[in-house]
Design a protein around this ligand. Structure first.
Ligand code: CTP
Ligand code: MG
Length: 226
C-alpha cells in the first residue's frame, strides 16, 4: 500500500500581512513549501506528491524543486476546500490521500508513519492532532463565560489528514451542498457520518499563520527532537 500526498499551497496568506505568500517565505535558506515537500519526499510510503498552487502563482516554477518522489502540480481555487478538491480530482479513485497544509513545514516523518499505522484502528481515516493545554471556556457573544469546556476531550486539529480519495471527495461535496463551511477534511467526513480517528502528534507541527509564527517554525526546525 502506498499513499499520495496532496499539499494545498494556493492560499494568499492574508493573516501573515506579507507581500509574499507564506508558503514561499524563507526558512533556513529554503522556502516553507520546500521544507514541507521534503518531509513527504523522505517518507518511504509516499509514492506521489500533488502540490495545489494558485492560478496566479509565479513562484512555484522558479523554485525548480527536485524530489525523488514523482511530483505534479494542480491549480487551486478561492477557498482551501476548492484547492483540496482540485487535488483530489486529479487522482484515480481508491487512493489513500494525506492532505497536508503547505504552511506546516515542521511536520515529522515519524508522525506520518504513526498516522498511517493508525488505519489499523481507524478504518475510515484519521488526522494528526494535539491536546489543548489551557483551561477552555465557551463564551457568549458579549464575551461572558458560559461554561468551562472539559479539556480532556479537546484537540487541535492538524494535518496531515488521511482519507480515501473518493470517500473524501463525496463527503466534501455533500458538506458544501449542505452549506457547511469546511475548514478541514475531517469535518466533511464527520458530516458524512464516518468515524475519524485522532492521532496525537506534536505541538511543533504549527500552521504558519501570523507573522510571529515564522520565527517559531525556525526554532522548531533548528531544535527538532526527531
Ligand atoms: N490554501 C489553498 N487554497 C486556498 C486557501 C488556502 O491551497 N484557497 C492552502 C494554504 O496555501 C495553506 C493551507 O491551505 O497551505 C492552510 O490555509 P491557511 O493557513 O488559511 O492559508 P492562507 O489561506 O494562505 O492564509 P490566510 O487564511 O491567512 O489568508
Ligand atoms: Mg486561509
Amino acid at each position: 500500500i502506498s499513499f499520495t500526498a496532496v499539499i494545498p499551497a494556493a492560499g494568499i496568506g492574508q493573516r501573515m500581512q506579507s507581500k509574499q505568500a507564506k508558503q514561499y517565505m524563507q526558512l533556513q535558506g529554503k522556502s516553507v513549501l520546500e521544507h514541507t515537500l521534503a518531509v513527504f519526499d523522505t517518507h518511504p510510503l509516499v509514492s506521489e506528491i500533488i502540490v495545489v498552487v494558485s492560478p496566479n502563482d509565479v513562484e512555484f516554477e522558479k523554485m525548480a524543486v527536485q524530489l525523488s518522489t514523482p511530483l505534479k502540480t494542480v491549480l487551486g481555487g478561492d477557498e482551501r476546500y476548492d484547492s483540496v478538491l482540485a487535488g483530489l480530482k486529479s487522482l484515480p479513485s481508491h487512493r489513500w490521500v494525506l492532505i497536508h497544509d503547505a504552511a506546516r513545514p515542521c511536520l515529522r516523518t515519524s508522525d506520518i508513519t504513526r498516522l498511517i499505522d493508525s488505519l489499523e484502528h481507524f478504518k475510515h481515516g484519521a488526522i494528526l492532532a494535539s491536546k489543548v493545554r489551557d483551561t477552555m471556556k465557551r463564551g457568549d457573544f458579549e464575551a461572558r463565560i458560559e461554561t468551562t469546556v472539559e479539556r480532556n476531550q479537546l484537540w487541535h486539529a492538524q494535518t496531515p489528514q488521511l482519507f480515501k480519495s473518493e470517500l473524501l471527495t463525496e463527503a466534501i461535496e455533500s458538506a458544501l451542498a449542505a452549506g457547511i463551511g469546511l475548514t478541514d477534511e475531517a469535518q466533511a467526513m464527520e458530516f458524512a457520518g464516518y468515524a475519524v480517528g485522532l492521532v496525537e502528534g506534536h505541538d511543533d507541527n504549527l500552521k504558519i499563520t501570523r507573522p510571529n509564527d515564522l520565527a517559531l517554525a525556525q526554532f522548531y526546525l533548528d531544535n527538532q527532537l526527531g
